[in-house]
Structure formats: C-alpha cells, structure tokens
Write a protein that binds this ligand. Structure first.
Ligand SMILES: [Zn+2]
Length: 155
C-alpha cells in the first residue's frame, strides 16, 4: 500500500461521505470505498434500513460495487477504506474478495473483527492475510458514530 498520509485521508473522507448517506437514512453511519491505482472503484454505506437487507454493510456494498466495475470477484491490488473496524462478516468478505490492504478509521470494541474481538484479517490459520492500518481520521470516524447513538438515545 503506497499511498501517502494525505492520500489516505482523502480516501477516508470519501468513505465518510458514504457514512453521511447512511446517517441521512437514519442508520448506523459507516462508509467505505475501495481504491485501485489511486482510483475509487467501489463505494458503499450501511444500508440495512434503506434496503431492508441484514447483510448490507458498507463493506459488502462496496465489494459488490467494485466486483461489478472490475467484472471480477478478485479485488487484487486494491485497498479498502472503511470508517469503522470491519465486523466478522465483512472481515470474511474482505478475505473472499482477496483484498490485500485495509485501512480503517476507528475501532469497534463491540463488533470489530480486525483486532478488537477477533483478528480475522491477520489470522495465520487462514490462507488470506491482509495488511491492516488503523487510525486514519480516527476522531472524525468515531465522532459521526457517537453523534448518531447520542441522538438515537434521545429519541
Ligand atoms: Zn460488517
């Protein structure tokens, strides 16, 4: 993964734009983009409420979007940027899509499977291992989640 700090922040800002779409739909604001050769080839946001699909997390939508644009299930040489640490399902999907690099903004202590509860992306027993970086725009990525849950508690 050869992106500069500035480039990584710019891609994470694009993922945050996706999270804003989820927020507008009143759902957990997580966003994701998949980048290949400096270009975004897939975008996604949590759309469980919008589409009434249990599995439609930001990463799944972005992977499906990138598979379609690449006309391939393999997303080799790609970097996935997601605002919040991927869950068990999405970490599995990242492996199945053969994505080699993942950058996430903030940890998810309750559901995270990329270092918090589990470490699926770097587990040596699995044949696909992923290079993981965390903390890019961490405070922005965490803040949009905190705002969402604070507002929801008030309702
Ligand atoms: Zn997920």
């Amino acid at each position: 993964m050869n992106y500069t700090v500035k480039e990584k922040e710019a891609f994470m800002r694009e993922a945050l734009k996706e999270a804003e779409i989820a927020l507008e739909n009143d759902e957990i604001p997580i966003g994701c983009v998949i980048v290949k050769d400096g270009e975004i080839i897939g975008r996604g946001h949590n759309a469980r409420e919008e589409l009434q699909r249990a599995v439609m997390h930001a990463e799944i939508m972005a992977i499906e979007n990138a598979n379609a644009s690449e006309e391939s299930w393999r997303l080799l040489d790609c970097t996935l940027f997601v605002t919040i640490e991927p869950c068990v399902m999405c970490s599995g999907a990242i492996g199945l899509a053969r994505i080699p690099n993942v950058v996430y903004g903030a940890k998810n202590q309750k559901f995270g499977a990329a270092g918090s509860l589990y470490d699926i992306l770097t587990d040596e027993r699995l044949n696909h291992r992923v290079e993981v970086e965390t903390g890019v725009l961490e405070s922005e990525c965490a803040a949009i989640m905190q705002d969402f849950f604070r507002t929801r508690r008030k309702k």
